[in-house]
Design a protein around this ligand. Structure first.
Ligand code: NAD
Length: 287
């Protein structure tokens, strides 16, 4: 029997959840967005208005009222039971805190119909860390989006040993249907494909400059010219914002991570240089 996904509920309407909900609605699916209270839902409404402005100007087909229609079509709920009552797929984008995720899946397992597939957008946790709380480990996996889904449209699909291959395939097909490029992982890997490649590159770049070997501009220039990549590691760090890499380094037990965290903090973060969002990081940006 083929698995039909039409009705999608997104849990958490923060940075990523709002983007996933919007992209899914824009692609013609019936979308419900859940958050914990009315205040969070007010913030979600504002996020959807901002996203419709972005889609109008930056996404093919976003004009002619299609972006506004997507925003207006999303049902907002603060009652979890109602939000998932008829969902084919629930995409979870709640805070990256294991206890919050586990608690969310415990409740979801009671409220969602048996057919509902659950997918986590977690960046650093493995689906195996949550599977037992879902009550349906065969219908659970990770579907990991990148920030700014309309532009950086990878969707990494990663199951556990218990995920049903038909469920996995249905989620791969869903990712394509919402305009993502599905990236299939055959086994669980912390960092998926993207961050397994990106984090060592960014750390290597920072080690070169923190160690006094080369300036950030020289590191970036080398990477761009010698590999043809459009951005060097410090340009990428400015796009991400320096706070997230700092938090990852400060919490890491890898050799050298604490020194790199201190270098980032003393030279950039404490001086308000947080990346593009603050107007300056490793480079200066005009408004
Ligand atoms: P965020 O803090 O912007 O948003 C989290 C949302 O969840 C908020 O709206 C909050 O009100 C809501 N929330 C809090 N408690 C909740 C609960 N118990 N149930 C439901 N909702 C609750 O976080 P984010 O950056 O959107 O990250 C969400 C998930 O997406 C995380 O797992 C993160 O690892 C992942 N992710 C983030 C990015 C990124 O660049 N921000 C990229 C890929 C994946």
């Amino acid at each position: 029997m083929t698995i039909d996904i039409r009705k999608v509920t997104v849990l958490g309407t923060g940075v990523l959840g709002s983007q996933i909900a919007f992209q899914t609605a824009f692609s013609g699916f019936e979308v419900t967005a859940y958050d914990i209270n009315d205040k969070a839902l007010d913030a979600a409404r504002e996020r959807f208005v901002k996203l419709s402005e972005i889609y109008k100007t930056q996404v093919a087909g976003g004009g002619d009222g299609k972006a506004e229609k997507a925003a207006a079509g999303i049902t907002l709920r603060s009652d979890l039971e109602q939000a998932v009552a008829d969902a084919d797929l629930v995409i979870e984008a709640v805070p990256e805190v294991l206890s919050i995720k586990q608690d969310t899946y415990t409740k979801l397992s009671q409220f969602a119909p048996e057919r509902t597939i659950f997918a986590t957008n977690s960046s650093t946790l493995l689906p195996s860390d949550m599977a037992e709380f879902t009550g349906r480990p065969d219908r659970f996996l990770a579907l990991h989006f990148a920030n700014q889904v309309w532009q950086f449209n990878t969707a990494e699909v990663m199951g556990t040993p218990e995920t049903d291959p038909k469920v996995y395939q249905a989620v791969v097909d869903f990712a394509s249907a919402i305009g993502m490029v599905p990236i299939e992982l055959h086994k669980e890997k912390a960092g998926y494909v993207l961050n397994s490649l990106l984090v060592p590159l960014l750390n290597a770049g920072m080690s070169l400059s923190a160690g006094g070997y080369a300036e950030p501009e020289a590191v970036d220039k080398t990477w761009r010219i010698a590999t043809g990549a459009p951005l060097g590691p410090f340009q990428i760090l400015d796009v991400i914002g320096l706070t997230t890499p700092y938090n990852i380094l400060a919490n890491s037990t890898e050799p050298g991570a604490a020194q790199l965290a201190k270098w980032l903090k003393d030279n950039y973060i404490d001086k308000g240089k947080l990346g593009i969002s603050s107007g300056e990081g490793f480079y200066k940006y005009s408004a």
